[in-house]
Design a protein around this ligand. Structure first.
Ligand SMILES: [Zn+2]
Length: 284
C-alpha cells in the first residue's frame, strides 16, 4: 500500500520448511547446521547499480551475489540471480511482451486477510478474472489456507516483505534483505510455489532494493493505476480511477492493512465493467 499502514516490527522466525523448499528451488543455500540466505555483511553496501534510465545489460550475477561469502558455506546450489533492473515494471507488456494486447493486471496488496481476501477471491471467480496477490509475510504465515486458495484458484503471488516496513528504501540493506528473505520463506512454505515477483511497500524503490530483489531471482513490480483505495475515499472515486484502465496497465488494490469494504465494493462494479470494455485480467 502507499500509506495508512502503521509500521510493523513483529518478529516471526524464519520458516525452516519454507527455506528448505526455497533452497531446493536454487535461490538460497542451506548450510550445515542452519539455513542461510545468500546474504552477508557485504550486502550492507549498496550494490553498484545502473544509473536511472539505463538498463544493466552487462549485469553479472556474480557481482551481486557475494562470492566470497558464499564460498564459506558448503554445498550451496547456484544462486539464480537475475539482472538488476534500473526501475520496477510499471506495464504488463514490459514484463510479459507476449501477453494479449488487451491485457491488464490487477494486483492486490497487503493480505491475505481472513475477512477481505475471501470476498475478493469470490468476486474474481465470479467474473473469471485473475490477479496477482502481493503478500505480507506475517499475514501469509497466519493465513496459510488463504495462500493456498489463492494459488488453487489460479492467481499468482508476489513477495511484499515480511512486515511491510515504511519507508522501505531507508531501511538498512541488511534489514531489506531480511524482510525479503523471511517473506519468501513463509510464502514458499504456505504456497509450495516460489514467488518470482517483489513489490516494495509504498512503491518505495532504491538501487539497494532493486539489487536485493534481483539477487533473489525476483522481478520488481510497481503499478500505474492507483485508485488510492487504501485511503478509503469512498467506492465511487475508486471505481472511477480503476475504470480509467487501458490495455497494459497494472492496477493497484488492497485486501489487507485495514477495512477494505470500499475496495470490495468497487471491484464488484469494476471487474465486469472492464471486461465489458474489452480488457482481460491476467496474472503477472
Ligand atoms: Zn503494501
Amino acid at each position: 500500500m502507499t500509506g495508512g499502514r502503521s509500521e510493523q516490527t513483529r518478529d516471526v522466525g524464519i520458516s525452516r520448511r519454507g527455506m528448505l523448499a526455497w533452497a531446493a528451488s536454487g535461490v538460497v543455500g542451506v548450510a550445515a547446521g542452519g539455513l542461510v540466505g545468500c546474504s552477508s555483511p557485504a550486502h550492507a553496501t549498496p550494490l553498484p547499480g545502473p544509473s536511472e534510465g539505463q538498463r544493466s545489460d552487462s549485469f553479472s550475477p556474480n557481482a551481486a551475489t557475494d562470492p566470497d561469502g558464499m564460498a564459506t558455506l558448503p554445498g550451496l546450489p547456484a544462486v539464480s540471480a537475475v539482472p538488476v533492473r534500473a526501475r520496477p515494471v510499471y506495464k504488463v507488456h514490459d514484463l510479459l511482451p507476449n501477453a494479449p494486447s488487451n491485457a491488464v493486471a490487477l494486483t492486490i496488496d497487503d493480505g491475505p486477510d481472513p475477512h477481505w481476501t475471501p470476498q475478493v477471491l469470490d468476486l474474481l471467480r465470479r467474473h473469471g478474472a485473475q490477479a496477482t496477490f502481493s503478500l505480507v509475510g506475517i499475514e501469509a504465515h497466519a493465513q496459510r489456507s488463504l495462500v493456498r486458495r489463492i494459488i488453487v484458484e489460479g492467481h499468482s503471488l508476489c513477495n511484499h516483505t515480511m512486515t511491510h516496513p515504511q519507508p522501505f528504501s531507508r531501511r538498512l540493506p541488511a534489514q531489506i534483505d531480511k524482510e525479503i528473505v523471511q517473506a519468501q520463506s513463509v510464502i514458499v512454505d504456505a504456497a509450495a510455489t516460489t514467488p518470482q515477483l517483489f513489490r516494495a511497500p509504498g512503491g518505495d524503490w532504491s538501487p539497494t532494493v532493486l539489487a536485493t530483489v534481483a539477487r533473489y531471482g525476483m522481478t520488481p513490480i510497481d503499478w500505474d493505476i492507483d485508485p488510492k483505495d487504501w485511503a478509503r475515499p469512498g467506492p465511487t472515486p475508486i471505481i472511477q480511477r480503476l475504470l480509467a484502465a487501458r490495455p497494459g496497465d497494472i492496477l493497484l488494490c488492497h485486501d489487507g492493512g485495514g477495512n477494505r469494504a470500499q475496495t470490495v465494493e468497487a471491484l464488484r462494479t469494476v471487474l465486469p465493467r472492464l471486461k465489458t470494455n474489452g480488457l482481460t485480467f491476467i496474472t503477472l
